[in-house]
Design a protein around this ligand. Sequence first.
Ligand SMILES: [Zn+2]
Length: 220
Amino acid sequence: MSRALLILLLLLGSLGRAQTVCIDPGHPSEVGEGTRGKRITEMKAAWKVALLLKAKLEAKGVKVVLTKQTEKQYVKNRDRAATANKANADLMVRLHCDSAGGSGFATYYPAKQGTAQGRTGPSDEVLAMSRAAAKVFHAKLAAGLKGALRNNGLKTDMQTKVGAQNGGALIGSIFSEVPVVLVEMCVLTNDSDDRFMSSAEGQDRFAQALCDATLAAIKK
Ligand SMILES: [Zn+2]
């Protein structure tokens, strides 16, 4: 084989390495079954959007792993992180819906280590990679959802109840060895958000915005 051909093959090999994304449809976990709206549960919304996102990413040549295989499968948050770690994912995208006041979506990332279940994490490297990914990710997500849902901005794990309890990071972030973001897709106790998220059009629009956000965040 000529040297030129060998170099070409090596180049094609590196170009051809598929990127991997881990999609984590939230709940049921040790945190519970999640919230619900009048029309759809958080568990179902996250599952439906996850499957749509998986198909869209795969159509773009991205390898996808899911943290659970059926909607109601119970998986602990540390095991969800383990799936992303094992796949050496370029990004872990965790999908949830909020409850209580307000409306709209937000992206969360770990900005500080936390401690839970005997472990302190994530590493400084994962914190830095998560922050960089989250910035690009949230900007694209917001652009894709403009006019459909309220943008509550980019936030840190510390701004969640569980993250604050752990001293800075969510359990899934503490155990993550890959960049991780968590999306609160909407506020299901808000009637208009619940209507959006329970419709096929709303789910597809959200999944498309997530797909564009993910592709932008993992771009080399
Ligand atoms: Zn949740």
